[in-house]
Ligand binder design. Sequence first.
Ligand code: ATP
Length: 927
Amino acid sequence: MSGPSPSGETVPSGGAGREISRLPIVLRDDHHRIPVHELLVLLGSDPGDGLTTDEARARLVEFGPNRLPRLSRRGPLLRFALQFHQPLIYVLLGAVVLTIMLGQIVDASVIFGVVLVNACIGFLQESRAEHALEALVAMVETDTTVIRDGTHRTIPASQLVPGDLVVFQIGDKVPADVRLTAVRALQVDESALTGESVPAAKESIELPLDTVLADRRNMAYSSTLVATGEGRGVVIGTGVDTEIGKIHRLVGRATSVVTPLTRKIARFSKLLTAAVLVLAAVTFAYGVARGEPVDEMITAAVALAVGAIPEGLPPAVTITLAVGVSRMARRRAIVRQLPAVETLGSTTVICTDKTGTLTQNRMTVRTMIARGRRYERSADGFTYDTARVAAIDDPGLERLLICAACCNDARLADDATAERSSGDPTEVALLAAARDAGMPVGEVRARRPRVDVVPFETARRSMATLHDEPSGARIVFLKGAAEGVLALCERAADGTGVPAAFDARGILAVVDDLAGAGLRVLAFARRASVSMDRLDEAGVDAGGFEFLGLVAMADPPRPETRGALETCHRAGISVKMMTGDHPATARAIAVEIGLVDPDRPVIVSGAELPTQDADELVRLTESTDVFARVSPEQKLRLVEALQSQGHIVAMTGDGVNDAPALRQADIGVGMGGSGTDAAKEAADVVLTDDNFATIEAAIEEGRTVFDNLTKFIVWALPTSMGEGLVILVAVAFAATLPILPLQVLWVNMTTAVVLGLTLAFEPAEPGLTRRAPRDPTGPILSRELVARMALVATLMVIGAFGLFEWELDHGATNAEARTVAVAAFVLIELAYLFNCRTLTYSRRRGALLRNPLVPFGVAAMVGLQLLYTYAPFMNSLFGSAPIGLTAWGRALGVAILVALIVSAEKWLRRPRTGGEVDVAIGGAESA
Ligand code: ATP
């Protein structure tokens, strides 16, 4: 049957018909007004079964994936133009004008050519870095629960289409624009859309047409976050057809490649540029005052400026950061905020949760206790007194498992439909235990329809549900941390259901015993024959429950945790476990992974944390490695206490309430697999494998990034200083310039790109994980490194000048002698590059090929230099001239000598404490 819809379109009266295609419905603005059943008809979606898979597939083709197109912040033309907005380019453009005025058209064109090439390289590098970052953002894709063909499935949010029925709960990101069909205590944080930080309460009512967006309580909008409760609804808009999509179209998304460090370095190079320009002006004035020809002094001043400005520095920083980001991604850590790359390298404390990060989050029920009987898992089910038992054999066990199956949101794997288990691993384990004890889980649940729920929350550590029993009576099931559940119980159940004596203390002793073996223990209770229509927290807290029993489950540590912890400790990083679990469970796991000394384990529970005394809190955080039963608010206070002691804190979190602590930490670490969307949004780094070892890997990469930046600076600055000094010395002593502006340009541009950038790809230094974290407030360069740079610059001046004068004395022309000087510069930089690949003296040899780019860089540089020396067009462009083999030999000899001197300097500065040979670089020990 078909009929006219409120909008006048002819649509089928139900089901998912293809006639609905090109739904004009997504373009309407009255979704909040139409009654839900009419809206579902308009969208061709079945109220119970949702869309069919085929229909969803067809709509996906029609509407496209549910994601926002990537918009670049600036157009390519503008970005290219911005490449010219640099001090060096201004100097060079000034030089172009001056050389034209002096009539040197060839020089002017070459300089201009260099400016263009420089802009192109800069543009390409910047685009690559931005693309790499954008691709990473896409890697953290959100999953969502959808009802299709009548079953719940988890699919990537990008696959949603209009008409899909979706379900979301606390911590989820609303995956599309949704008209709500049912809610339970739903509040949504809409700050992403409206800027309003107080969560908005939602209802599934109809609203008048003129309700403004912010007041549409029956709608949930894409990209907003569920702060509490649960909701269900039908998708009315996806991708760009959502409210956030409209905003996105207006502003685009800015991918920033700016970090505190890039800012610091940009400031430094600006300062240096200004100093160089002043020096060039002074040189010019000094020369002219002494009676030198003006045009020669202009040449000298330009050469000095071009040589001494460290133009390669800012792009090298960006590229090194981008390389670091993609290396981290390869090791399963996705960087959401670029500054995190730098901060990671300075981390001094990691606060990590236990479940899923240190452990595998693969729970298996080991022990169940009901009516004082203890059941242990065996190979094929559960045994009591060595006899295999089915739930049906023991009414006490059956009651416990009914509670475990009903007060449970998970779904068990179905081999018939190849559906995977989904939900909280704790709850999946409970369902698996019920199944293994012979209980027909699906049937038990179907016969007890759920009326209401108080969902699990870390702060409450329990979950409760209200059901209709097959007998028609209402019943409340409760499960959660034993202390809390027992406090609400007033009796136990005996085998026949008759109230029995209840010994809370005795039960807690059993709980301690199980937890001491590293097991997670849950207690179960019920309140039968209640007369309530809704269940809320107050209803649960009223108590009166009947205790049903305990279930203990194992969650083994990840095999790589122990090694990662050892690495952290060696690297001077302390690790603190902050878990919501029982203190005894936390202790057992902490001992097993080697986090605490088994003889002196210090465990502090949330209840023991001082609420007033800040000093005491600081003392406790410093001295304790395991915090158990802590709430998200307490985690926040612990992070603050650590930071007040100057620590750089990385903190993991997965729950919606963890977001404030994640934001407060210097590095918020979200869990890509098990974490809520709210926690991921608040995180700086997301681990795709939820694994503690990945945090350690990311810290290693962070340190490597910093090392490589330092290496580039230590390599690049002496060259700039050396080139500037050569000109300065020449003018001061009224000598012929050993290297001309164009030649300085040649050396700078070729070496920075071909040699210098290979340092961004250097692998980790040996000994990286044996040194203390870097002090982020300390200088980038240690005194030793500055001294080394001065040494190298001086050696360059002596080498280049010495060779130039020697060649002139031995009958070479100016052009030939300059070619030898240029060769000396290039070869010294090449040899010195090998010095810079480790910043400290290292006994480890044979590491030349660890960075495969270096041999390519060296080969390319040699090729370019041969071209520069022997190609006639290069000779006429740059004023170079062919030189003989012996001249090459002399230049190479000087270069090798410089490298040897630097090696000797490193050796002299090696630490004498014995053992390993590496020391901190620019870090805590040397700052
Ligand atoms: P972390 O991940 O911080 O190491 P956790 O995951 O073990 O800790 P929570 O998830 O906050 O901590 O759980 C705290 C306690 O709440 C558990 O020890 C358990 O007693 C109880 N609990 C956990 N999951 C559930 C659940 N689904 N239903 C009821 N109670 C639960």
